[in-house]
Write a protein that binds this ligand. Structure first.
Ligand code: SAM
Length: 279
């Protein structure tokens, strides 16, 4: 029995329900319930919030979220082998855990949760990045969520918090920092997971700002940034050519040197450039 909820340890749950980790689903499980409770605490006060959890697996983080007092948890899991294990958790938290067996990239969550909503997940890398971009771009603005507490490969976490001039600075940094104040709040070595992945991981906390930091049309900003970093070593006057022949004029209009490279331009500069492309 575990101390946090009286349910069996996760190793027993996995054995009982035959949830051998599948690489194809990016399954690297967290089995230490003290650690999952700690991650749940990083999401802030959950007692007045609905939590959307993506990829609960055998339920380690789910149990952490509920033990930390989440008002409700809606958990979307693609692997049907995990559903019975999650139902055992739902049974001891009546009315508080809703399980959805589906692909998080396809499930419409609009009517499943009541604000305020927090999102928490330990997800496979590719799905996590794709969902993060969706949560940061239209139509998800203003956001339906208050904060995101997400596990990433450490390298991806660094891309989210990167500053201009660094190798990891790019589209993820700009989209994240425009609308939120992202911070790496926990580093985890590979051995924290079962099976252990090849790389280290980190939890990133992103709190939605009341408004984006600088004015810009989200679609235009997204397009300008993607184009600029698509050829990050080129000068911007060349890199931005796919957007039209007048790149140099638009850069001058935004007060950016046409010979500068994408990684030198800060968030404010990219927003000015997006406005120059909107005019
Ligand atoms: N949250 C659990 C934990 O911390 O131990 C499991 C984490 S494991 C890294 C990722 C989980 O996401 C797996 O349970 C996997 O089946 C699930 N998953 C993978 N792709 C998914 C998708 N597209 N939609 C929903 N769940 C997905």
């Amino acid at each position: 029995m575990s101390q946090i909820d009286g349910l069996p340890p996760l190793r027993d749950v996995i054995a009982r329900h035959g949830i051998a980790a599948k690489k194809s689903l990016g399954q690297n499980f967290l089995l230490d319930l003290n650690l999952t409770a700690k991650i749940a605490r990083l999401a802030g006060d959950l007692t007045c919030a609905d939590v959307l959890e993506i990829g609960p697996g055998p339920g380690g983080l789910t149990r952490g979220l509920l033990a930390e007092g989440a008002r409700r948890v809606v958990a979307i899991e693609k692997d049907s082998r995990c559903i019975a294990a999650l139902e055992d958790i739902a049974a001891i938290y009546p009315g508080q855990l809703q399980i959805v067996n589906g692909d998080a990239l396809e499930v419409d969550t609009t009517d499943l949760l009541t604000p305020p909503i927090k999102i928490a997940a330990n997800l496979p890398y590719n799905v996590g990045t794709e969902l993060l971009v969706r949560w940061l771009t239209p139509p998800a603005w203003p956001p339906f969520w208050e904060s995101l507490t997400l596990m990433f490969q450490r390298e991806v976490a660094q891309r989210i918090v990167a500053a201009p001039g660094s190798k990891t600075y790019g589209r993820l940094a700009i989209l994240s920092q425009w609308r939120t104040d992202p911070a790496i709040v926990l580093d985890l070595p590979p051995e924290a997971f079962t099976p252990a992945p090849k790389v280290s991981s980190a939890v990133v906390h992103l709190r939605a700002l009341p408004a984006p930091r600088y004015p810009a049309d989200p679609d235009v900003l997204n397009r300008v940034v993607a184009t600029a970093f698509n050829q990050r070593r080129k000068m911007l006057r060349s890199a931005l050519k796919p957007l039209g022949p007048d790149a140099e004029d638009r850069l001058n209009h935004a007060g950016i040197k046409p010979t500068a490279r994408a990684e030198e331009i800060d968030l404010e500069g990219f927003c000015a450039l997006a406005r120059a492309y909107t005019a």
